[in-house]
Design a protein around this ligand. Sequence first.
Ligand code: ZN
Length: 191
Amino acid sequence: MRTILTSLIFFSAWCSFGQSNAQESSKLILALPFKEGKTRIVTQGYFGKYSHQGEHALDFRLRKGEAVFAAREGIVYDLKEDEDRNFWKGIKSYRANFVILKHDDGTFSKYMHMQKEGVLVNVGDTIAKGELIAEAGSTGNSTMSHLHLVCYKINDKGEKITFPTFFETKKGVIELKAWHIYRKPKEVKKN
Ligand SMILES: [Zn+2]
């Protein structure tokens, strides 16, 4: 009896160890999408009231023309870079320029608001984590130059389901929040 009990305790301990390990390995860690060593502010976070309703999206304040780097490796799935105009909430509907990367787990990440001709990659290109992909801007629903980044998957009904991610910062691996400033480490881990 005692042996069985001991085995059970060991077995349940082993199971919970396995679970926490699985969670840890499934945690998606992205690189900040701006230049290494730089510090930038997040001006709107997940479910932000201005324009992120129901969306795990992040806005990084980047200057017009500033380099945008891939947060994660992937293949260029779609892009748009012919728009030069922006609008304030609800007034007009110019569409923002964008780049969408598709990842090997079937999910996507979308980078938005780049300046006209500000997409530096082509559909089908293989992109490494930390690679230069675009130049920031303020096209579409935007009042000042910034980068909107959102990660999502498409479910069986064809709906876009966004999800939260973690970023590698100078202070460690964390979830980003609005009105916080983050420094990108000098060297991006390619994992
Ligand atoms: Zn946004």
